[in-house]
Design a protein around this ligand. Structure first.
Ligand code: GLV
Ligand code: MN
Ligand code: MN
Length: 419
């Protein structure tokens, strides 16, 4: 039980929330403990059913939009006022864990249920959203639902998205039961009064410092690039070394250039990763004639990210020229960083101090739907520690106590903002 300055006595049902997190984890394309729930896969569709059920059990009213964002609402006494929002995602990359995103959806339901049990009556409506496709697995582009809500992606670009099998967003959302114009996903200006996303940190800082709550002041800007390399294949025994045009080796040089550029950009927040690297024909006795890489490059600063990108492009061009390999280098996506809203950050900080919980202002190097919601609403995020900073792997873990503290902070903050 906890009471903040508002005098509200809030009791989080930590055991109930943990069993919901564990139940949702069983809805997966892979056997436990692995969680894989790729957008509009059979597991994602069943997961959506679970989310609806959990929202109803929390006493919330459901609405879904044409891209599959699920809104769960508690109507305030002045329903025409801008809403206080929270939420996150339940899709999961291949070989993921059970907490990424899920804590921010099921945890927000629990926050509202706890406020109901405490007898709170909101003036502004409170709304939790499960965003469609925070993860980029299906279309190579993350935060599809929140981009459409905020209007930061054009409808033409959304319609042009294709998965690896060439299927479009319209085909896949239709098969999952969603129809209607994508234009209507965008929320009107001023829809949100404020937005707070609860999430595991996905990094090691809170755990190492022994601090239960992080408050996000800035979210790094992600960017990604697709590199296609065309060399010349041949027999691994018969083609002499001097005459080779090995596409894989050019790709390897590019991957090392990404690492080097990120390490030497001058910003501690520049991170660069080559997470996709495919070669053809993929036979041990054949020189690779084609390579395909995707580069993920992020930073809290656009100048150092730009400098790192220029360095990568120059090194890639040089490596390809020396090896006689043709290169296409295309941008997949490039988003600026976002700042947390200072007043909302201060509100969360005040709630933490009234609850006797230590907190730390921090940067999110991972991206989140809040990156896009912050374009249309005062926004911040509440982070909780996760074991060893692990995320995007099955060993991801957050203690029930830390989850309960995060939910408690979320509940008190939403109550304060809802008036
Ligand atoms: C989101 O999962 C990210 O890649 O930051
Ligand atoms: Mn993730
Ligand atoms: Mn996430």
């Amino acid at each position: 039980m906890s009471a903040s300055g508002s005098g509200l006595e809030i009791r989080i049902d930590s055991a109930g929330l943990q069993s919901r997190i564990d139940e949702l984890a069983l809805i997966s394309e892979a056997p436990p403990p692995v969680v894989t729930r790729v957008l509009f896969s059979e597991a994602d569709i069943r997961g959506r059913g679970y989310v609806r059920k959990a929202a109803r059990e929390a006493g919330l009213a459901i609405r879904e939009d044409p891209v599959g964002n699920i809104f769960a609402r508690w109507e305030g006494s002045e329903p025409d006022l801008p809403v206080v929002g929270s939420g996150s995602h339940t899709d999961a990359i291949p070989n993921a864990g059970r907490y990424d995103g899920v804590v921010g959806v099921l945890g927000a339901f629990e926050a509202l249920a706890a406020l109901k049990r405490a007898g709170f009556r909101p003036r502004r409506s409170l709304e939790v959203v499960m965003f469609t496709s925070e993860e980029p697995t299906r279309f190579g582009l993350g935060c599809l639902g929140s981009r459409l809500i905020a209007g930061t992606i054009s409808i033409e670009r959304a319609r042009a998205l294709r998965d690896v099998d060439g299927r479009t967003l319209d085909e896949l959302r239709g098969a999952a039961g969603y129809s209607g114009p994508l234009e209507s996903v965008r929320l009107p200006n001023g829809y949100y009064h404020s937005f707070i996303e609860l999430h595991i940190e996905q990094g090691p800082i809170l755990e190492a410092k022994g601090i239960p709550i992080g408050i996000v002041e800035q979210i790094a800007g992600p960017s990604s690039y697709r590199v296609t390399l065309q060399g010349e294949g041949g027999h691994a025994g018969a083609v002499p070394m001097p005459g080779r045009h090995d596409a894989m080796l050019a790709g390897a040089e590019i991957a090392l250039a990404v690492e080097n550029a990120a390490k030497t950009s001058g910003s501690p927040d520049t991170v660069g990763t080559v997470g996709i690297f495919r070669i053809e024909p993929g036979a041990s006795n054949s020189v690779p004639f084609r390579a395909y890489l995707e580069i993920d490059l992020r930073d809290t600063r656009l100048d150092t990210r730009g400098k790192a990108l220029a360095q990568i492009e120059a090194s890639a061009a040089k490596a390809c020229a020396l090896r006689g390999v043709r290169m296409e280098f295309e941008e997949i996506n490039s988003d600026p960083p976002a700042d947390g809203d200072p007043k909302t950050v201060a509100t969360v900080e005040k709630v933490c101090s009234e609850l006797g919980l230590r907190s730390l202002r921090m940067v999110s190097r991972a991206y989140h739907d809040s990156l896009f919601i912050s374009r249309v609403s005062p926004t911040t995020m509440v982070f909780i520690p996760c074991r060893n900073g692990w995320s995007h792997r099955p060993e991801e873990f957050a203690t029930p106590e830390h989850i309960a503290s995060g939910v408690e902070v979320l509940a008190h903050t939403m109550a304060r903002l809802a008036g």
